[in-house]
Design a protein around this ligand. Structure first.
Ligand code: SAM
Length: 222
């Protein structure tokens, strides 16, 4: 069973969420739908009870297995770059706590998510299920994507990659967007690849972030 803290709809947490959304707006997040989705998701439910009081600070927090729930600004920025429309099929690599998947669900996406750590995969599935979010989750190496359900309208990688994984590019739909942090282990540039038409891609680069490493066949070695 997950711990609901002092209740899912505790006004204290709702109020803090509102303040967080205002902070994200001031930091430059413009997409109103993304801000509304963040307003809807109870981030405190995705972290341990001891950390729930810090859930609405704009910072990453530990979730076990040396992994983190990403900083809210990072989630908001990646989601903004994905430009998700309701009904689109979205693949997330790095389920972690499940928080980003919940934000994507709030945007009306059909969410597919892959995690390599069994404990995190199981806990995220349970949390999302208990919150009523319907997602497709898989345990495995997300650097290879999830070919059974490809192509995707959007793909987001929530761990830092040494290079853009080829398999993820190959699983994009026409007009599909891939958002992936690429760089060394200390700093990554946010890269967005848009598939214009079959065999033609546009690549854009955004400012730096710091992610935990993407580990796998087309990522870093363990
Ligand atoms: N999106 C997550 C959330 O909302 O809580 C945050 C993810 S955390 C920053 C990055 C996650 O990527 C970790 O849970 C890590 O185990 C996972 N990861 C790293 N390499 C992976 C891979 N090759 N396939 C799937 N997951 C991977």
């Amino acid at each position: 069973m997950i711990n609901w803290g002092s209740g899912l709809n505790n006004p204290k947490f709702k109020q803090r969420r509102k303040a967080l959304v205002e902070k994200l707006r001031k930091k430059g997040i413009k997409d109103q739908r993304v801000l509304e989705a963040i307003q809807m998701v109870a981030r405190h439910v995705f972290v341990d009870t001891a950390l729930q009081d810090r859930a609405y600070q704009d910072s990453a927090l530990p979730i076990g297995k040396k992994q983190t729930i990403s900083q809210p600004y990072t989630v908001a920025r990646q989601t903004e770059l994905l430009e998700v429309k309701p009904g689109e099929k979205v693949l997330e690599i790095g389920t972690g706590s499940g928080y980003q998947a919940a934000v994507l669900c709030e945007l009306g996406a059909q969410v597919y998510t892959v995690e390599r750590h069994k404990k995190l995969y199981e806990k995220a599935r349970e949390t999302l299920h208990e919150l009523g979010y319907s997602i497709h989750a898989k345990l495995g190496d997300g650097t290879r994507g999830w070919s059974a359900y490809a192509p995707y309208d959007a793909i987001v990688v929530t761990a830092g990659a040494p290079v853009v994984p080829d398999d993820l590019v190959a699983q994009l739909n026409v007009n599909g967007r891939l958002v992936v942090p690429v760089g060394d282990e200390n700093r990554q540039e946010m890269v967005r690849i848009i598939k214009i038409r079959e065999g033609e891609f546009e690549e854009e680069h955004y400012s730096d972030f710091k992610f935990v490493p993407l580990i796998g066949e087309q990522g870093w070695k363990e």
